[in-house]
Design a binder for this molecule. Structure first.
Ligand SMILES: Nc1nc2c(ncn2[C@@H]2O[C@@H]3COP(=O)(O)O[C@H]4[C@@H](O)[C@H](n5cnc6c(=O)[nH]c(N)nc65)O[C@@H]4COP(=O)(O)O[C@H]3[C@H]2O)c(=O)[nH]1
Length: 816
């Protein structure tokens, strides 16, 4: 292709143009290029002529050139295109190329657009960055030109409102997205911005097109022109829903912690000495320290004397190991008062797992502890005297035995029982009784050494443990001291009271297998002391033990006897002196043991009383006696009363009256023929209730006799009030009545007194003709005794009665 030289003015244009001109043939060979072309691409004048245009094209864009050439060859139109040119030194330039086919050549005009391309690239990058910021920070931009008052929303803002990109709302529509209660506010701040140029920064709730609620932070500010006129309001809208939720959550957490009844304290784990960085209100309330006083301090300011070092060690170990730790520690309030702090400490880790804080949750459990201690104390101590109770006594006893054994000492157990406490309690009232018990407890404690124990064992019974005696006999001086201190006068509201005690002593060297046996032994010894006149002491002996063992055996045998009906009733006649007639019989129980033979009631009745076995026995006696009385009266010409011994327990049972009524009905015995024998003790013990029962029995027609009269200590004024029919003078006054003027005087006195009170009298234990003659000559009473007859079985008494009512010879009662 011949080189066509540019002509005329066009030549100048070709030579001076800042654009690049060149001519190429259809094969792409450069035919001509203007100076700018060669200068820009770094070639010398004419250096490119004859070379392929590919020489100046960036290799990856050659395909673009080839495609354009192909189109031009086919005489197709080629729209301007961008291509990367390569300078001689290897730099890349962006060129915008326009190519047209001329006379067998292709005219190419190229313009350096490298700068534009760089700006475009920058813009794209900025846009992308803007998009990334928007997407990641959920923040979008908007503006409103004052001339148009139409909001322009970025894609992110559109997305936030749930509308498609490019959505174009009016201002009212934009405001309408806000939650109704927020609309006035956004309108107000937006208008203030438009009119007065006041910036705003609000967090409000919007409702998206999909009816979703979102919290947005909307910031706006006014843009002014060079004359200061507001031309645009622009700003950003950011989705802060998540942060709001987190904030709400945090506020909730903070309020919860703040209003917790447990004290909460947070310390900084990364600072030296773990200073407190937070305490809640409960902490202030529990400790008495204000927040300001606590912040910055180490928690040890709550400690003080008496803080247990083991607990502290555990606490420090937990913190050092950055582990959870739970302790109950004695802390001190600001006013110095100690309190029990139930403290849980946990490490708080950051996302990397590093312990940044420790949180302590504390609870004041002082009241709870005190209550527990009180409960523990109550469980092991007697409420009235504050002394250890049986439970604690057992523990101390077992421990005392162990120590005695280990150190070759003796342990002594003293069973202390106040004498005649019950009458004082009953007559003077429980307040007095309580006072005496408390005072007695105090006196006992004061007399003993710290390692001795005084325990309340029951009503008026105390146990003293002396676990450290060198010799057994050492107990004596303690016992004597205790007896003396207990018998000293008691002053209650200005009145002097006197009471003594009986004591049983048991000692051991600690080798006893069951320490509680020592209490039983001391108990036995105490009973012996009581029997021996009170205000004294007795040692436990093996003899006593034998008796106890016997009692246990007897108890078992008695149970068997009840089940096997081994009992029988014997009857002893009662004679009316003046008429010599048998007017009644007394039912007396007999127990024939298959191996041991006859066991007298004196041996088992009191045991049965103690064990409660008296009840089935008494019921059987009453029923049998009434049935037999009916039989005896069937053949009798004059009525024969049936005297039945009633035990204290039987009498005091609530259903006693009903049981009498029932047995009378069942047996058909006339009530007047039944005489119940009660002892003084029974009546003394139960006061008003007893009198009422006696009255009720009297209303039934049943007779009451006071048995063993003279052996108890009943006051005569008391006797006056008792609705009874008969006194039975105890046989102890009869034995020597003939020779002992004092006994005779007592019998005289009782008979006279009874007559004045309108009571009948029966003299028991008449054994000899002499006694009878003596008594019968002086007193018109009833008599009973071996002189007339011993107790005998039913058949024998029946015969006896018949014979006595139809005597063969004279009217004198016949002795057996
Ligand atoms: N030395 C002597 N003793 C005489 C003479 N006359 C009668 N005795 C005895 O004196 C006791 C009279 O009974 P008590 O004082 O009620 O004393 C009774 C009574 O308190 C009680 N007892 C007997 N049977 C029963 C019963 O069925 N129920 C209850 N609760 N106690 C009973 O046992 C006690 C003793 O009964 P026993 O051994 O049967 O003894 C009877 C009787 O055998 C006498 O001239 N000289």
């Amino acid at each position: 292709m011949p080189f066509v030289k540019p002509q005329g003015k066009l030549d100048h244009f070709f030579l001076l143009s800042q654009d690049l001109f060149c001519c190429i043939d259809f094969a792409g060979t450069l035919l001509n290029a203007n100076p700018m072309f060669e200068t820009l691409l770094g070639y010398a004048a004419g250096e490119l002529v004859g070379k392929s245009c590919g020489t100046v094209v960036e290799p990856s864009d050659i395909a673009v050139i080839e495609a354009a050439l192909a189109r031009l060859q086919s005489h197709e139109k080629v729209t301007p295109f961008d291509v990367r040119a390569l300078t001689k030194s290897g730099n890349v330039l962006w060129l915008e190329v326009t190519a047209t086919v001329g006379d067998q050549v292709i005219y190419v005009i190229a313009r350096d657009i490298s700068r534009r391309k760089t700006i475009e690239k920058q813009l794209t990058r900025n846009q992308r960055l803007f998009q990334i910021v928007g997407e990641t920070a959920l923040i979008g931009g908007w503006y409103v030109d004052m001339s148009e008052r139409l909001p322009i929303w970025s894609n992110e803002v559109c997305r936030l409102h749930g509308v498609p990109e490019g959505f174009q709302p009016t201002i009212e529509e934009a405001i309408g997205f806000y939650e109704p209660s927020s609309q006035p506010r956004i309108r107000q701040v937006f208008e203030a911005c438009c009119e007065q140029g006041l910036s705003f920064d609000e967090e409000l709730e919007i409702i998206t097109r999909q009816k979703q609620r979102r919290w947005v932070r909307v910031i706006g500010k006014a843009m002014r022109d060079e004359l200061g006129r507001i031309i645009q309001v622009q700003g950003s809208t950011q989705d802060v829903t998540e942060r709001k939720a987190t904030e709400r959550q945090l506020t909730l957490l903070e309020r919860s912690v703040e209003s917790s009844t447990n004290g909460v304290v947070i310390v900084d784990a990364q600072q030296h000495d773990l200073p407190i960085v937070y305490v809640n209100a409960a902490f202030e309330r529990i400790t008495g320290y204000s927040r300001d006083a606590a912040l910055g301090q180490n928690c040890r300011f709550l400690q003080g004397e008496g803080t247990d070092p083991t607990t502290l060690k555990k606490l420090r170990k937990g913190i050092h190991a950055q582990q959870e730790v739970h302790v109950v520690i004695r802390n001190h309030r600001r006013n110095g008062m100690p309190f029990w702090n139930d403290l849980y400490i946990s490490p708080v880790r950051d996302t990397a797992g590093i312990v940044t804080h420790f949180v302590g949750v504390q609870n004041d459990i002082t009241t709870q502890r005190e209550y527990q201690a009180q409960l523990r104390h109550n469980a092991s101590h007697d409420a009235l005297t504050g002394l250890p109770n049986r439970l604690l006594l057992d523990q101390r006893l077992a421990k005392g035995c162990l120590l005695a054994k280990r150190y070759h000492r003796y342990i002594a157990v003293l069973f202390v029982d106040l004498d005649d406490f019950k009458p004082i309690n009953d007559t003077l009232g429980h307040d007095v009784g309580d006072y005496i018990l408390i005072e007695a407890a105090k006196r006992l404690e004061e007399e003993l050494r710290p390692w001795d124990t005084v325990a309340r064992f029951g009503g008026d019974e105390f146990i003293v443990l002396l676990p450290d005696l060198a010799y057994e006999k050492d107990v004596m001086q303690v016992v004597e001291r205790l007896l003396a201190c207990l018998s000293a006068p008691y002053w209650y509201r200005g009145s002097e009271l006197r009471i003594t005690a009986s004591m049983g002593i048991a000692t051991n060297d600690g080798t006893i297998s069951d320490p509680r046996q020592l209490i039983q032994q001391a108990d036995l010894a105490m009973y012996k002391a009581k029997r021996q006149g009170r205000n004294t002491y007795q040692w436990y002996t093996d003899e006593l033990n034998r008796k106890v063992a016997e009692r246990v055996n007897l108890r078992h045998a008695l149970q068997y006897a009840i089940e096997q009906s081994q009992f029988e009733l014997h009857y002893q006649p009662q004679i009316h002196g003046p008429s010599s007639r048998v007017t009644g019989v007394e039912a007396l129980i007999r127990w024939y043991h298959p191996e041991r033979g006859n066991i007298p009631p004196g041996q088992f009745i009191s045991l049965a009383e103690d064990t409660g076995q008296i009840m089935p026995i008494s019921e059987w006696v009453l029923e049998r006696a009434c049935l037999d009385a009916v039989k005896l009266n069937a053949n009798a010409t004059t009525p024969v009363t049936m005297a039945v011994n009633i035990s204290p327990m039987q009498f005091q049972r609530p259903g006693f009256l009903a049981s009498i009524q029932q047995v009378l009905e069942k047996s058909g015995l006339a009530p007047e023929l039944l005489e119940l024998e009660l002892t003084e003790g029974v009546l003394m013990d139960s006061t008003e209730h007893a009198i009422q029962t006696l009255k009720d029995l009297g209303s039934l027609g049943v007779h009451i006799a006071l048995d063993d009269f003279g052996t108890g200590f009943s006051s005569l004024s008391y006797l006056k009030r008792l609705p009874i029919n008969k006194l039975k003078i105890d046989r102890s006054f009869i034995r020597d009545v003939v020779n002992d003027s004092r006994d005779a005087a007592i019998v005289d006195g009782v008979v006279t007194m009874a007559a004045k009170l309108g009571l009948e009298v029966l003299i028991e234990g008449v054994e000899t003709a002499e006694q009878y003659a003596y008594l019968n000559a002086r007193h018109s009473t009833h008599f009973q005794g071996f002189y007339f007859a011993r107790p005998m079985p039913l058949s024998a008494i029946s015969t006896y009665l018949q014979e006595s009512q139809h005597p063969h010879n004279d009217s004198e009662p016949h002795p057996t």
